[in-house]
Design a protein around this ligand. Structure first.
Ligand code: PGA
Length: 245
């Protein structure tokens, strides 16, 4: 038995499977989309949110709920991949979500160098719901260990751990093909969202989840601990993770 009592306001929800967890978040997102009002979603890429995007696409196929009033702001984008490269996050989003729903592509945004992404987001009303994954090293977006709580959208160097994980998952194991830099929303940018869902699936996230569950204050070496500063964070995870709550 752990003697440690969780002190943070972060809500943790454990599901039988990653599909169930993703469907839970999909319903939360769709509840807002179906109101038909203007809404801004902050979106993540990687293997984790694919099931969530599948659930959103299934709903669109069944209900034809319009996405015309939805704007999206992705967390990050690789630098130095040519436009249209299949591993850019723009292409990822088209493949897994945007090409399957009636969203206006002009309303989908990705951070770019020499553009004030944070101001753009705030001028457009701020992010209503932010979706996050978590890296094995605790990164959120590409805010690697060492990222400051005050960080905003900026160019970042990827750690070797992140390059190795992404090479395996998305570049057929070839580390040389993974860009070494990206542009990422910062921790402060993420904390400006009104509501945050972090998804974590499988045993590879076990250690990061244990750390997040037991975190008491911001630790610059564990960027996800920034979420302790926010009032409305829900972490959904599956039983691939050993964490018992
Ligand atoms: P993953 O990445 O979903 O591919 O595990 C998550 C992340 O690095 O944020």
């Amino acid at each position: 038995m752990s003697l440690f009592k969780k002190k943070s306001k972060i809500k943790f929800k454990k599901f039988e499977s990653s599909i169930e967890a993703s469907e839970y978040v999909a319903i939360e997102v769709l509840n807002e989309v179906k109101k038909g009002k203007k809404i801004n979603l902050g979106l993540a890429t990687g293997s984790t949110p694919i099931l969530l995007y599948n659930a959103l696409v299934s709903d669109y196929e069944e209900t034809r709920t319009p996405w015309k009033n939805v704007s999206t702001y992705n967390l990050d984008e690789y630098l130095n991949l040519p436009e249209g490269h299949p591993q850019t996050y723009k292409e990822f989003m088209k493949k897994h979500l945007f090409s399957h729903i009636d969203i206006n592509l002009d309303n989908t945004h990705f951070p770019k160098v020499n553009e004030n992404y944070d101001s753009l987001i705030q001028l457009n009303g701020g992010i209503d719901i932010q979706i996050l994954g978590i890296g094995t090293n605790g990164h959120i977006g590409f805010n690697e260990p060492g990222s400051l709580l005050k960080s905003i959208t900026r160019v970042v160097d990827l750690t070797q751990e992140t390059i190795d994980v992404n090479a395996k998952q998305f570049f057929a194991g070839n580390k040389d093909l993974v860009p070494k830099q990206a542009i990422s929303m910062g921790l402060e940018s993420i904390l400006n969202a009104k509501k945050i869902y972090l998804l974590a699936f499988g045993y590879s996230k076990n250690e990061a989840m244990e750390k997040l569950y037991h975190a008491e204050k911001f630790d610059v070496n564990f960027p996800a601990s920034a979420l302790l500063q926010h009032n409305d964070v829900t972490v959904v995870f599956d039983n691939g993770t050993e964490l018992d709550i």
